[in-house]
Design a protein around this ligand. Sequence first.
Ligand code: FAD
Length: 459
Amino acid sequence: MERIVISGAGLVGSLLAVMMKKKGFEVEVHEKRSDMRLDRADSGRSINLIVTSRGMNAVERLGLLDDVLAITVPVTGRMMHSLEGELTYQAYGRDESECNYSISRAELNKLLMTKAEEAGVKIIFNSELQDIDIEKNIATFTGGSTEFTRLFGTDGAGSPTRKKLAELSGATDTTEMLESDYKELFMPAKNGEYAIEKNALHIWPRGHHMFMALPNLDGSFTMTLYMDQKDFSNLKTPKDVRDFFEKEYKDSVELMPGFEEEFFQNPQGKLGTVRLSQWVYEDKIALLGDAAHAVVPFFGQGMNCGFEDCFYLDVFIDRFEGNWSKVFEEYDKQQRPNGHAIADMALENFVEMRDSVGKEEFLFQKKVEAALEKRMSEVYRARYGMVTYTLIPYKFAQEAGLIQKEILSEICQGKKSIDEIDWDLAEKLVNEKFIPFTKERNFGVERYLPNTNYKGFVL
Ligand SMILES: Cc1cc2nc3c(=O)[nH]c(=O)nc-3n(C[C@H](O)[C@H](O)[C@H](O)COP(=O)(O)OP(=O)(O)OC[C@H]3O[C@@H](n4cnc5c(N)ncnc54)[C@H](O)[C@@H]3O)c2cc1C
């Protein structure tokens, strides 16, 4: 009998537990923290996330899509706030049905833990991984020692399972920290309504820092300030904070009562990118989620990628029935290049979101690309859409994005208005450069839609 032990009941560990239980295995999960469903103090992380195609596809496979969507707010585009308070809206998808879904990380985690327990998974809280005896297949947690046939590390960016795996295998394990930290603030509902446009991700791009807002179900917004550590350290008093916000994010100030005090109460979070040269050890240990590939949050894909890890693991377990060496080998081959690709793209997006989204040239290219997508909708899709609305492997989306950049800079060269674009040239370039690339890799640009019984897209 397979005895699956999972270290970490975060988003990915909880989803993985549901998946493994559905396969008929015995599943035990150890979680370092207390049960967030009971302990208000520990559930205080108010981060909200964007769920997109890959996350939806993974939860759909486990029959959980409706439960997840029920606690989301659809987000159809980006709303940029200029220094003067001017608003510019940029739709994400080709129409309103192509949207992202904002969800509370804590609420999603609670839902998945409950689903895991309902399926028969045992979650042991306040139990932290201490050691792994690989010869004897025993994992020691503070909550006790336990035997495993397979051990899964879903214990987040600082994963102790990853450290052990690197030690056993000699894999290279690097964490590159970003100079920017983040801090969350809160915009409550105003007279029971959303105080700013509900169905948008709001961005105040300001070059070396940016402010963001994502809607919650109750009419509030979770606000996140991303800023260099040295600039954070210059804000020493509530007055400094107020002056800074009055200058940089003026239109948000009135809508966030008490934000100066909150600024000093809330923790300053760190952001980093984890890269590991091997995600599995023999047929015994595998890493999923942030434990394998923590990425900066600027593509909104960390969890989505972690959920996709679960999806492919599930696909390979079915495909290679009982041959765990093959399952782990294929999982590593499939998801590691994809994890590295989304890590790179998320770092690029950091610059795009805090800086470029406020620049005219960038906005013009985005407009041209949106028009090109409409004209050639069967064969062309922008990189953002490939990552967010399709299941094309991240690696292919990254490579395709480089080709798209070339095409766009050629057709936008010296142009100021969309009427000046030479669409014959644009179509010729797409036919010559982009379509052969997709054909060679055998993928189409159709979007993910639920209930299409998607079988996976193996690299
Ligand atoms: C500001 C911000 C915004 C984000 N926005 C998005 C977004 O829009 N979309 C998106 O897809 N992703 C987003 N992410 C990323 C997303 O939050 C993570 O990718 C996701 O939470 C990873 O899930 P995980 O289960 O792998 O790790 P975690 O959520 O970190 O869970 C790891 C779990 O392991 C436990 N643990 C740790 N050590 C041990 C141990 N020794 N023993 C046992 N248990 C242990 C921890 O307590 C925790 O519960 C964002 C992240 C941040 C910081």
